[in-house]
Design a protein around this ligand. Structure first.
Ligand code: GTP
Length: 193
């Protein structure tokens, strides 16, 4: 029987950036143009094979609307990883992302793995946030960074794989990591350009 390794992940970020859409694409490989805003939070799981183990993602998708902000600690406190999402077409959402990172550093679990997702990269012709800014910021906080499109299924698998990789590395010395062959996950970036 294969060992199951569970990984609790929460998604944080402004309302409308595409958190639920990212989870929906990852878990169900589906995109809904008319998806409703999340109320409170929602929970989904996905299990993926990894070497001779199974990795089970336990995913908490939080609501981005300000009125739900006070609920977020219930979800990030028990998480091994946080995906903080912004919308590349909305500078304000990148500002909100920075506020989430600050809150996680102050009140989140000590070794929480952080991944930044710049979503809606299919809309890069109306981009407001340069990829360079996201890369520099991610590097400054030791986070994985990736531009995603839940709509066009770009980099969604890579985002979650990046989290797994970093989490596994935190628990095993780099030479034992099945993904990187010894390269630190902090050096890995899944941006396409
Ligand atoms: N073009 C484009 N639209 C997207 C993408 N991802 C999500 N959307 C759209 O953005 C809107 C908001 O998506 P949601 O997934 O509900 O956003 P959310 O961050 O979960 O919002 P809250 O639940 O309010 O926190 C919806 O109309 C989606 O169809 C994407 O990758 N590209």
């Amino acid at each position: 029987m294969m060992a199951i390794r569970e990984l609790k992940v929460c998604l944080l970020g402004d309302t409308g950036v595409g958190k639920s859409s990212i989870v929906c694409r990852f878990v169900q490989d589906h995109f809904d143009h008319n998806i409703s805003p999340t109320i409170g939070a929602s929970f989904m799981t996905k299990t993926v094979p990894c070497g001779n183990e199974l990795h089970k993602f336990l995913i908490w998708d939080t609501a981005g609307q300000e009125r739900f902000h006070s609920l977020a600690p219930m979800y990030y406190r028990g998480s091994a990883a946080a995906v903080i999402v912004y919308d590349i077409t909305k500078q304000d959402s990148f500002h909100t992302l920075k506020k989430w990172v600050k809150e996680l550093k102050e009140h989140g679990p000590e070794n929480i793995v952080m991944a930044i997702a710049g979503n809606k990269c299919d809309l890069s012709d109306i981009r407001e946030v340069p990829l360079k800014d996201a890369k520099e910021y991610a590097e400054s906080i030791g986070a994985v960074v990736v531009e995603t499109s839940a709509k066009n299924a770009i980099n969604i698998e890579e985002l979650f794989q990046g989290i797994r990789q970093k989490e596994v590395e935190l628990q095993a010395p780099p030479e034992k990591c099945p993904f990187s062959g010894g390269i630190s996950a902090r050096q890995l970036c899944f941006c396409s350009n």
